[in-house]
Design a binder for this molecule. Sequence first.
Ligand code: C2E
Ligand code: CA
Ligand code: CA
Length: 625
Amino acid sequence: MHKLLLRQLKRNQKDELFISKNDIFLNSISDAYAQNEQSVKMLERSLFLISNELNERNQTLNDQLAKMKLVQDKLEHSIGLLNATVNSTGEILFVYGLNGELLSFNTMGQDFFDDIGFKPVSHWEEFLSIIKDKQHMLSIIDRLQHDPFQYLTGTIELLDNRFFDYRSLPQIQEKQIYGRVWCFRDVTVQKQYEATIEYHAFHDALTGLPNRALLLDRISHSIATSKRENKKLAVLFLDLDDFKKINDTEGHDAGDLLLKEVVRRLQTRLREFDTLSRQGGDEFIIVLEKIESEMTVKQVCQDLLALIKQPFTIGSRQFIVTSSIGISLFPNDDDNANSLIRKADLAMYESKSLGKNSFHFYSQALEKEALTQLAVEQALRQAIEDQSLHLVYQPKVDLNTMKVVSVEALCRWTQHDGVVIPPDVFIPIAEQTGLIIDIGCLVISKACLQLAKWRDANIIELAISINLSCLEFQNEALITHLIDTLTHYKLEGKYLIIELTESIFMEDKFSVKDIMLRLNQYGITFALDDFGKGYSSFSYLQFLPLHYLKIDKAFLQDVESSSSSAAIAKTIIDIGHNLGLKVIAEGVEDQFMLDYVKAYKCDLAQGFYLHKPMLPEAIETLYLG
Ligand code: C2E
Ligand code: CA
Ligand code: CA
């Protein structure tokens, strides 16, 4: 019997008897109870199963949701990164559809639109209105219409002078083209920088004139044009005379101002199609095109010389500067730029050597002369190597005692054939070629060796003076050689006198003084040679530690005939004495001159009338009587 039915029968106090009497009925109830209970269990079970399944499904859905969230987060992160990258490339990015409609752009793109006042919905053809070279852009559009898959690069310039490099590439997905990405980068600053570099490569920094590189190009073009038009062309090589003096005495700033003013003046005389260029320093090259005749060139040169000769005012001071010009002509002299310049340069040197402030045309004779110079240079180089240069000595006499107290060493070059070349010929060439330093060292060695021999013989006590040009005197190696040689022979410096000419006044006076003081420490003394011939600056006389003043022989040679020369000679002697210098008269050629220099109290005299330059053995004989 079902236990629920039993519990109910008990609660209603039904006994055994009642149960047995209603046995069948109660059993069917009990079965119904049992069946009901079974159904309930079944129902419960199925509910349990359904709930489980629902839970599982819920879980799966939750998992899928979480996964989708993760993917979405990642996607958002990637898009964020992509946008940040796209916005920070420094490039303007526009994406256009196939019909030219704007699809998207980055923040630089937005800035660009703001900048030019466009709405960010513009059709890309609107850009044509702000581009300088519209034709270039239209040709690009045309190319893209024919082949939309092209990858393009290039540079465009906007009407506001900005430059942009661009790259344009198709947007393709699964072989299907959707539009185009255009990237623009502002390269204006870079372009300006490149332009500046290019400008400096072809222009002189100080004056802004074309430099040699650009000049060569211009001459070559001018030659081509002149050939076509059957016209002449002139190349003028212009060099300022003594510009170095102003640079050294007034400083580089003053020199620069002067050069700029020179350029301004030259430009006033030149025509628009002529070229003025600076080669550096105080050298200018002018190209005159479309020349009718040589007369035209002469006229221009005369005018240019006159323009430069006008006084220059720099600060509160005035300067007079002259210039020398050399001219070469196309087609007469040559037909290429470099040769025309070289020939004009050669002609300019002719102007310099013939007294400056003038112009000269190139000629073949000049070329021959230059070739001779070259031959002399080569022979001189050989002579230095072969030791075929030697010294002769010219005595200097004390005018009080009439005794020889010192000698001047003078250089001689005896060639293989016995011909003696005078120093006036080879010293200038040696200076131009730098060989003068080797000659100086040779002279120093020979003179010091001579001094050592006389000292060691213990019978002759004579000082030797040597001539040093500005180039030699300012050469550190030569000065070192001098000190080393003196030390090597253990010589007393008081036996060595250095003769410098007035051209030393054109050098930096402080560095000249330094060298003099340095050598003076060894006892070496200094004479100023040929005084009166050049600048004759009395302030320099006072400034430099000098001991002797040699009056230029030209004054003495004229004293008999010219009263002004006599007056100058007398003034120089007085000034020298007032400055505490011993005065030497050189070039004494006769008794009259000797009497004259004695009367005017010169201290020493030198000249053919007294003694000619001679070999050392002759000096010894003379000294020992
Ligand atoms: P300088 O220094 O004025 O030398 C004096 C020149 O006058 C010498 O000519 C000498 O021979 C000449 N002379 C001497 N007495 C008389 C005279 O009574 N009348 C005339 N008319 N001339 C006289 P030299 O030897 O031909 O030298 C010429 C110049 O060459 C020298 O002029 C000097 O500037 C330069 N020189 C000579 N030797 C050297 C050297 O070793 N180094 C350098 N740097 N220059 C030198
Ligand atoms: Ca001399
Ligand atoms: Ca002299």
